[in-house]
Ligand binder design. Structure first.
Ligand SMILES: [Zn+2]
Length: 211
């Protein structure tokens, strides 16, 4: 037990200074409106230091329909690596809530604006606006990364049930006689580029809504 407490203490007090070998630490210093090395656009910043700040980028590609869908990535300014670390930093946690809600509202608004028959409560999937969020953290060194979450429209190929959804558990189970393993079917996801024009329009609209 003593070891667990000690290890948790180490986890919660990790060094969050910007790292030279971390792509997101390099992006954290970029102002809103600029491009990252990977052509994502910085669309949002909140907080005034690596201790309490977050920033968000608009991805230049999507796994969904490149004419309609888009992905926003939300990251801490500092090199945090575990959601648990927010608990020791109330300002960071507060700014997370603000950033998360604003980005969700902005994405929902753009999807609603681009949907002719949008309804707050719709009787069909097509007239509704669904947004999903994905993020994970670990203490496993090999997979330990700068804290980040992805927000994306939950529709088309991106709208497939996630492993935590009850609909995933209800999927038909198949058996592969070669590997002697069970599996369920999912549609493949292929990332495609969003056109430069669409990317700029999205970034501009997001900026208008968020600022
Ligand atoms: Zn980092």
């Amino acid at each position: 037990m003593h070891n667990t407490v000690q290890q948790l203490k180490i986890l919660l007090a990790e060094d969050i200074s910007l790292k030279d070998d971390c792509v997101w630490c390099q992006e954290a210093i970029l102002p809103v409106g600029t491009r990252t090395k990977y052509n994502a656009i910085v669309i949002f910043r909140i907080g005034d230091s690596i201790v309490n700040g977050w920033f968000a980028t608009l991805s230049p590609q999507t796994g969904g329909d490149h004419q309609r869908d888009f992905t926003i990535q939300l990251m801490t300014l500092g090199h945090f690596s575990h959601f648990a670390q927010l608990a020791g930093n109330p300002e960071l946690a507060k700014n997370y809530g603000l950033a998360f809600s604003k980005l969700n509202a902005a994405m929902t608004r753009i999807m609603a604006e681009e949907q002719p028959n949008f309804k707050a409560i719709s009787s069909t999937r097509e007239e509704g606006v669904a947004v999903a969020v994905y993020g994970k953290t670990t203490t496993w060194k090999e997979k330990k990364e700068h804290l980040h979450l992805k927000l994306f429209p939950f529709r088309g190929d991106l709208g497939q049930p996630s492993i935590v959804d009850s609909t995933f558990g209800k999927k038909q189970i198949h058996y592969d006689p070669l590997t002697k393993e069970e599996f369920v079917k999912m549609k493949p996801i292929r990332k495609t580029k969003i056109t430069e024009r669409r990317l700029c329009q999205l970034a501009e609209r997001l900026h208008e809504i968020l600022h």
